[in-house]
Design a protein around this ligand. Structure first.
Ligand code: NDP
Length: 396
């Protein structure tokens, strides 16, 4: 018997619920809660019609810990899976502490008024989680998430020393919409309009947004122009594997997307400070989000594939130079057929379910606040192959 409370009913939440519902032996009771009740009810109806399983639903504003505490006390979950937005991370962790409940998320905390995501706010909960005897697992999506697990797996099985790490992320899909983001527009645009950052020789180096790019060859996808960005798993990976000399993150963007983004930035639509419009305070990026398609709605005509992986150069177990690449390729249309959402939500929601499975089955359990690479990667890698995200490896 296990009980899981899933918070957030966007594209990612929808996939997490589908995947948990498919593994009834692990997830016996599911409660889906989110801000808009109609969205959780729509997902619950879909789950019942596809799998014949009833899940519980609730309306929840998770910005206030007291609301989440009340719901936890009523439902008594073994684990809270937070797939709402990074803004809610600390409030939900507070509620978990108060009720001594395990916690998991897919994206690190970010304050609403500063576009800066860092682990330090959540790592600061470590002692309190230890004392309460509960586990928090941070970043159990694809990147962060699977990319951390791929790195830990290569350290365990391939390398004696990892020197150069490159995470490469391609979305070679087409949704047929002129401009849309594949996950929450506000979070996505805040992330990619920041200055880029990478780690080299013990220090972080900053670059102008999108100013460094190169063609990367992705299996099954081909050559794609990829842009250097800061991504949160770099922070935990260089801390947990101090042998890494350089760590970078690369992501593909189409020209159409970049042109729209540049125009939106130039006219001030990506600003996160409030402006006065006819006596009303409006945050331009929040307004823009209201105009853009919901990521969960993009799946209908989505074609093409994503390819995300980790390339490492270093020394193998015999001290010989080695370059190794572990990756997954995921198809948008197949993801949609299975869960009603596109591959970006799918590649995030499947690892969230697997992270939850690791915790509920006790395979990944130690009081405190942890990143994915802090645990044994093997059982997680095994489950990826069973639940829709098979991985491949190649030496290059
Ligand atoms: P969406 O915007 O589609 O969904 C977010 C959901 O959270 C919505 O249902 C929203 O409710 C709900 N929500 C927002 N605020 C609150 C609140 N105060 N209380 C309760 N519910 C709330 O986002 P996505 O599904 O695209 O992304 C979900 C998370 O996954 C994000 O944190 C994102 O950063 C992360 N992510 C991680 C990735 C990874 O690989 N690690 C990749 C992609 C995403 P409402 O419908 O009312 O707005």
């Amino acid at each position: 018997m296990s009980r899981v409370l899933i918070i957030g009913a966007g594209g990612v939440g929808q996939v997490v619920v589908h995947k948990c519902a498919q593994v009834q032996s692990v997830f016996t009771d599911i409660l889906l809660a989110s801000r808009t009740k109609s969205k959780v009810d729509r997902i619950a109806k879909d789950i019942e019609s596809r799998y014949g399983r009833k899940i519980s639903t609730a309306q929840l504003d998770a910005d206030k810990p007291a609301n989440t505490v009340k719901l936890i006390k009523k439902f008594k979950p073994d684990l809270v899976v937070n797939v709402a937005l990074p803004y809610q991370d600390l409030a939900i962790m507070d509620a978990c502490l108060e009720t001594k409940t395990n916690y998991m998320d897919t994206a690190n905390y970010e304050p609403k008024d500063v576009a800066k995501f860092e682990y330090r706010w959540q790592w600061a909960y470590k002692e309190r989680f230890e004392k309460a005897g509960i586990t928090a697992l941070l970043g159990s999506g694809f990147d962060p998430g699977v990319t951390n697990v791929f790195t830990a797996w290569m350290k365990k099985h391939i390398f004696s020393k990892m020197q150069y790490l490159d995470i490469v992320d391609a979305n070679a899909g087409s949704h047929g919409v002129a401009f849309a983001t594949n996950f929450n527009p506000e979070i996505n645009i805040r992330e990619i309009t920041q200055r880029g950052r990478y780690f080299e020789k013990g220090e972080w180096k900053e670059i102008d947004p999108m100013s460094v790019h190169k063609a990367v060859n992705y299996p099954e996808v081909g050559d794609k122009e990829s842009y250097l960005l800061f991504h949160e798993e770099l922070e935990s990976l260089v801390k947990n594997f101090p042998e890494i000399e350089r760590a970078r993150f690369w992501m593909t963007f189409g020209q159409e997307y970049l042109t729209h983004l540049r125009v939106l930035q130039n006219v001030g639509m990506t600003r996160i400070d409030a402006v006065n419009y006819k006596g009303t305070k409006v945050v331009p990026l929040e307004f823009l989000k209201a105009l853009l398609p919901e990521p969960a709605s993009l799946g209908t005509n989505y074609t093409g594939k994503t390819c995300i992986g980790v390339q490492i150069e270093g020394l193998d177990k015999n001290g010989q130079p080695k370059k190794h690449f572990v990756y997954n390729v995921c198809d948008h249309a197949e993801s949609f057929k299975e869960t009603g959402t596109q591959a970006v939500a799918y590649t995030t929601g499947v690892p969230a379910m697997i992270g939850a499975m690791m915790m509920i089955t006790g395979q990944w359990e130690k009081p405190g606040v942890w990143n994915m690479e802090d645990f044994d990667p093997d059982p997680f890698m095994e489950q990826l192959n069973k639940h829709g995200l098979p991985w491949k490896e190649t030496s290059f």
